[in-house]
Design a protein around this ligand. Structure first.
Ligand code: ADP
Ligand code: MG
Length: 211
């Protein structure tokens, strides 16, 4: 499914990813752990096409995508701080990527409704995003990432910084949602408990590199 081989990324002569290899099966949820600064975000950015690798290859479903531009990779990304578009309402945040693809409005409306149902927030479709609570904004970020039916969903510490109760609820909901849809996902966290709760497999990024 997703196959990264011998990825190398160096920032100003400091190696960040050193011969990193990781293979993820279709439908598998992998949690990626590792200390701050160990390269977790950098790896996700490479997979998503937001970062250029110095060497190594990335294959998705047998096709090499190492140098393919980000918008053609069909890889979804959820950031810790959501990065919703502040000037667009909920529906327009979710529909943004579909509009860019040139999808017809009627189909876009159907897909947005479906994505909102998935995260249980149909009633917030016209809300401005700055009026959302932390938990709502997180669900909208997940809906926005899933609406384009990505082949792989990457989540970069999506549940960090939430209070304990909300964290537990969203962790539960996110796990159920990913499994229900058979989503292939890489979930980055520094929380071992969260990793064990959501993932089929927990990997420490330091064990994926060879020196
Ligand atoms: P993590 O997500 O595991 O905390 P990162 O991938 O964000 O780690 O960062 C790994 C290392 O690369 C850190 O030392 C960080 O300072 C460095 N780094 C990340 N992005 C850049 C950049 N654009 N330029 C220079 N150094 C960077
Ligand atoms: Mg990070």
């Amino acid at each position: 499914m997703l196959d990264c081989r011998n990825l190398v990324v160096t920032y100003e002569s400091t190696p960040v990813l050193q011969n990193l290899s990781i293979y993820i099966d279709a439908g598998e949820i992998v949690a990626l752990i590792g200390p701050s600064g160990s390269g977790k975000t950098t790896l996700l950015r490479c997979i998503a096409g937001l970062e250029v690798v110095d060497s190594g290859t990335i294959h998705l479903n047998g096709e090499e995508i190492t140098t393919r531009s980000a918008n053609l990779r069909r890889i979804g990304l959820v950031f810790q701080d959501n990065q919703l578009f502040p000037h667009l309402n909920v529906a327009r945040n979710i529909s943004y990527s579909l509009k860019i693809q040139g999808m017809k409005q009627k189909l876009i409306d159907e897909k947005v409704t479906e994505a909102l149902e998935l995260v249980g927030l149909t009633h917030l479709s016209q809300r401005e995003v700055f009026k959302l609570s932390g938990g709502e904004a997180k669900r909208i970020a997940v809906a926005r990432a899933l609406v384009a039916q990505p082949k792989v969903l990457l989540l970069d510490e999506p549940l960090s910084g939430l209070d304990k109760e909300l964290h537990a609820r969203l962790l539960d909901d996110l796990g159920n949602l990913l499994r229900l849809r058979g989503t292939t996902a890489v979930h980055v966290t520094h929380d071992q408990h969260e990793a064990n709760a959501i993932a089929d497999r927990v990997l420490d990024i330091r064990n994926l590199m060879s020196f």
